[in-house]
Design a binder for this molecule. Structure first.
Ligand SMILES: Nc1ncnc2c1ncn2[C@@H]1O[C@H](COP(=O)(O)OP(=O)(O)OP(=O)(O)O)[C@@H](O)[C@H]1O
Length: 207
């Protein structure tokens, strides 16, 4: 799915963020939103997700260049929160299946989808572990597995490697590359390793 950001400005009280900002984000590659602290990376992710409303301009999504544009809906967006965000006393499998169940499918189907997503993030062998037994890097991968299992066409991740070491960062980069064949992947980041790996960087300060 493509994302179209057209002349948006966001306003928080007196403060304006991203004045008259535009960008088109294509499907099929990893896009990084970069820029100094406070430049509006998280705000723009929230705008794409549809929960931060712009003061002017609009954000729309479409399934291709010639397809009609529409406002992003919750069912378009897989949101990957930053850092540890799992139910610590539940298994890794439960943590992923819980999100899938909200689609109204059977427990058995949800479990199968969750297992496939865990395999894709290389956590298949930890499915029965309790989330509290996992490392920070593994917890971040659970968050990606949830977004993946949701089957949503846009995956948004805010600073997904901010608390990770080099090896775990490399795992996340590989994961982003794997995800981009089925979803449009956008990350907000300061991490030089992730910026170097991204196929496109949108610099919010220069825009
Ligand atoms: N809900 C809010 N209420 C008031 N101000 C806000 C709100 N959300 C964001 N801001 C302000 O908007 C500006 C941009 O914030 P945002 O979090 O988007 O920046 P960022 O580029 O993601 O920063 P960082 O790299 O530090 O995470 C900041 O000055 C911030 O204080």
């Amino acid at each position: 799915m493509e994302i179209h950001v057209e002349n948006v400005s966001y306003r928080f009280g007196e403060r304006e963020v991203l004045t008259d900002f535009s960008a088109d984000i294509e499907a099929g590659r990893v896009t990084a939103l970069v820029g100094p602290s406070g430049s509006g990376k998280s705000t723009l992710l929230g705008g794409i997700a549809g929960y931060v409303k712009s003061a002017s301009g609009r954000v729309t999504v479409s399934s291709g260049p010639r397809s009609p544009r529409e406002a992003p809906r919750p069912e378009h967006i897989g949101w990957v929160p930053q850092g540890a965000n799992a139910l610590s006393g539940r298994t890794v499998l439960d943590n992923v299946a819980i999100g899938v169940l909200s689609r109204g499918i059977t427990l058995r189907e949800a479990t199968e989808i969750a297992r496939a997503a865990l395999d894709k993030v290389s956590l298949g062998d930890r499915a029965a572990s309790l989330a509290r037994e996992l490392s920070g890097g593994e917890l971040q991968r659970i968050a990606f597995a949830r977004a993946l299992a949701s089957g949503r066409p846009i995956i948004l991740a805010d600073e997904p490697t901010s608390s990770l070491d080099a090896a775990n960062t490399e795992n996340i980069v590989e994961l982003l590359y794997a995800l981009r064949s089925t979803a449009t992947v956008v990350v907000a980041t300061h991490d030089p390793a992730l910026i170097a790996a991204a196929e496109r960087c949108i610099n919010l300060r220069e825009a």
